[in-house]
Design a protein around this ligand. Structure first.
Ligand code: CO
Length: 466
């Protein structure tokens, strides 16, 4: 028996504990060491890393990926992709999704873990097809289910979802428990049920320590036949992050289960990241709140990233006194939206709307554009019926959501032409155009600063020659 580990320090641990502010330069040196650890994969890209590179770190996300690839030639590099949302917060057209996947593989990604916030699997199809189309021998298309609890989310429903993912052509299945609310008992029922239904496909468990449940849940998942568990090097583990790699390693050892990990190397990785973490605690990028255990999340179902973002936003607005109230508003907004799983972009939508409802002192006095679009049907089908009252308020009396996606998805190349026109000589590669299509303002800012830097170097060179 073998249970392998996906190391998340570069992506999800970074995202959950420090709002994805870890620059590439901080971990470049350890990559060749990580390459020898024996992980199933290293999750290093996708999720919020792309946006954060451009928005906060003045880094080219594509260059980051190429650099990681160069320094970790032997490890499977993994990214998280939000299906038709890619790495942004809205639906992109099919041609954009296809190109994005093509470029991700070309720049070094092996495993693409694809999910849709609403588990509306129509939103996974384009990304899956593109993954197969541009696949190398190392490419794996991993179908991912956003796990949540609600009156409509039963074990039977999840097993059906897994069968559907298998039929679609995914090669592995990941259960993604963003909020860390999956209990050991639920993990057992789910993993056994899924293994019975699609036994020949590797099943992966992704959870967070937010509620303190994760180690128990992982243990039960291991006993129930899970193949891969996501974990973070111990100094970047726990709190809103994943359970600790080394801890799971030692537990597996006692079970007599092979993990493939090299004990010395995983400890070296942790030693490297200790001062990195300390630096971000000292400069307050890591909020001590995100390092603790919050069992209230078992009630509120709030994923780590969402919690740390909400804290950051409320702190910015000097409204941390409204924290508990905003937290309590989340389940109410979620019910109105038909119990969507709280994962990006739904977690932001629900979180921001809950904060707005509380700060305005009146529910839905102000409704975000995203929530309006959600009710219009732009994100897919809600897991359960939405609030009729709110739907009428947004769509007008008797208004019905429409499926915007299918009609829109026919056009080809339009956005690339527009991006080329907008950027002129700022864009040097297809990757530049893609960054701009995904995050226009942030990408432009980055490309302009890159150009300025290059011009500085150029003029310096000329002076030096003279
Ligand atoms: Co996660």
């Amino acid at each position: 028996m073998k249970v392998q580990i996906t190391e998340t320090v570069l992506r999800d641990a970074n995202q959950s504990l420090m709002a994805t502010r870890l620059p590439y330069a901080d971990y470049e040196k350890i990559l060749p060491v990580m390459d020898k650890a024996g992980y199933y994969s290293v999750e290093c890209w996708g999720g919020a890393t792309f946006d954060s590179c451009l928005r906060y770190l003045n880094e080219d996300p594509w260059e980051r990926l190429r650099n990681i690839r160069k320094n970790m030639p032997n490890t499977k590099l993994q990214m998280l992709l939000r299906g038709q949302n890619l790495l942004g917060y809205k639906h992109y057209h099919d041609d954009v999704v296809e190109k994005f996947v093509e470029l991700s593989i070309k720049n070094g990604i092996d495993i693409i873990r694809i999910f849709d916030a609403l588990n509306d699997f129509r939103n996974l199809g384009t990304a899956l097809d593109a993954t197969m189309k541009y696949a190398t021998p190392n490419t794996v298309a991993s179908g991912c289910i956003s796990y949540t609890q609600s009156p409509v989310h039963t074990v039977e429903k999840y097993v059906e979802m897994c069968k559907e993912l298998k039929n679609m052509g995914f090669q592995t299945i990941c259960l993604k428990d963003m909020a860390g609310t999956m209990s050991p008992y639920e993990a057992e029922g789910l993993i056994k049920g899924i293994k019975d239904a699609v036994g020949d496909m590797p099943v992966i468990l992704h959870t967070h320590c937010t509620t303190g449940m994760a180690y128990m849940t992982v243990t039960k998942a291991i006993e129930s036949g899970v193949d891969v568990v996501d974990a973070a090097t111990s100094c970047f583990s726990n709190g809103t992050s994943q359970p600790a790699t080394e801890t799971i390693f030692y537990a597996l050892q006692q079970y007599g289960i092979e993990s493939g990990l090299d004990e010395k190397v995983i400890n070296e990785v942790n030693d490297f990241f200790k001062p990195v973490k300390q630096k971000y605690i000292d400069n307050k990028t890591i909020n001590p709140k995100s390092l603790g255990t919050d069992s209230q999340a078992l009630v509120y179902k709030v994923p780590g990233g969402m919690l740390s973002n909400m804290i950051a936003n409320l702190t910015d607005m000097h409204a941390m006194d409204k924290f508990d109230e905003a937290l309590a508003e989340i389940p109410a907004v979620r019910k109105d939206l038909g119990y969507p799983p709280l994962v990006t972009p739904l977690s932001q939508m629900v979180g921001n709307q809950a904060v707005t409802n509380v700060l305005m002192g009146e529910r839905y006095k102000q409704i975000s554009k995203e929530v309006k679009n959600y009710f219009k049907g732009e994100y897919g089908i809600a897991p359960a019926p939405v609030s009729k009252e709110l739907q009428d308020k947004i769509l007008g009396e008797g208004g019905e959501p429409v499926d915007c996606r299918i009609e829109d998805s026919k056009r080809t190349g339009e956005e690339f032409r527009k991006a080329k026109e907008d950027l002129g000589d700022l864009a040097k590669t297809e990757e530049d155009l893609m960054s701009y299509i995904c995050f226009p303002d942030q990408a432009r800012k980055f490309l302009e600063s890159r150009k300025a830097k290059e011009e500085n170097i150029a003029s310096y060179t000329i002076e030096a020659i003279d």
